[in-house]
Design a protein around this ligand. Structure first.
Ligand SMILES: [Fe+2]
Ligand SMILES: [Fe+2]
Length: 251
């Protein structure tokens, strides 16, 4: 396996590792995002077993010990499995996550004290980069789920939202909604909940210019339209499930 590096927005690097054995024959990507500032932030740590790959890739951009912030979407192995390895190589680094994730998991799991981020709280990492944490509970999954938004580039670090198969390209202006619907059909990875469409439509209000997908290419274009279309599809799924539940109750 190798980890490819691409700059997907100004000062935001995608570190992408392709795993052909997951969902063959098209395979699956695991992407980390490094946001460059005076205090560099990485969104997702990658799985623990990919740590060496990701550390060597990051070292082609900055010395790993310069890393200051570790963010991620929710407590799960590919999102934060290598957290303690990163904390070990980067003595100034701090994991930063929402209140639920810190109190439920990180206070126990992280080898150094994490920073709690309130919904909407911004970390100013310097160099003009400001990274906002936004709670998205259970969306797409995880009680502690959240996303990060880099304000200066309009980049939504959207974690597992828009997950898709394959290893198309680093950055696309093509359709990211259809492939996400196909992946949801296959993996059923989302915790369908009635608030899901509303949660995703709130993200659309940010009008992001770039969507940084954890699994798939990054998207450049009308992020709001893509988010609204994804929200519509989840509303459709939730509505279908609720109709079935109502029919069972009525039977
Ligand atoms: Fe996940
Ligand atoms: Fe993921």
């Amino acid at each position: 396996m190798e980890t490819k590096i691409d700059e997907i927005a100004e000062g935001i690097y995608r570190l992408s590792t392709y795993v052909p054995d997951i969902a063959p024959p098209v395979g699956f990507t695991f992407n980390q995002f490094l946001v460059i500032g005076d205090e560099p932030l990485m969104f997702h740590t990658g799985p623990r077993k990919m740590f060496a790959l990701n550390r060597d890739a990051l070292a082609r951009i900055i010395p790993p010990e310069r890393l200051r912030w570790i963010g991620f979407g929710h407590f799960e192995s590919d999102e934060c499995g290598a957290m303690n390895e990163w904390l070990s190589v980067a003595p100034q680094a701090t994991a930063a996550h929402g209140q639920t994730g810190v109190y439920v998991s990180l206070n126990d799991f992280a080898d150094r004290a994490p920073r709690v981020l309130k919904d909407g709280e911004v970390i100013d990492i310097g160099g003009g980069k400001r990274v906002r944490f936004i709670d998205t509970p259970h969306t797409p999954h995880g009680w502690d789920a959240g996303v990060m938004y880099e304000e200066s580039t309009g980049t939504l670090l959207c974690g597992d939202l828009f997950t898709q198969l394959g290893n198309d390209r680093a950055l696309t202006d093509g359709d990211v909604v259809g492939p996400a619907i196909a992946a949801e059909d296959l993996f059923k990875y989302s915790a369908l909940n009635p608030g899901m469409g509303t949660t995703i439509r709130e993200l659309a209000k940010l009008a992001p210019r770039t969507l940084a997908l954890m699994h798939g290419p990054s998207f450049s274009g009308d992020g709001a339209a893509a988010l609204r279309a994804l929200a519509d599809d989840y509303d459709r799924r939730v509505s279908a499930q609720m109709t079935k539940a109502m029919q069972r109750l009525a039977a």
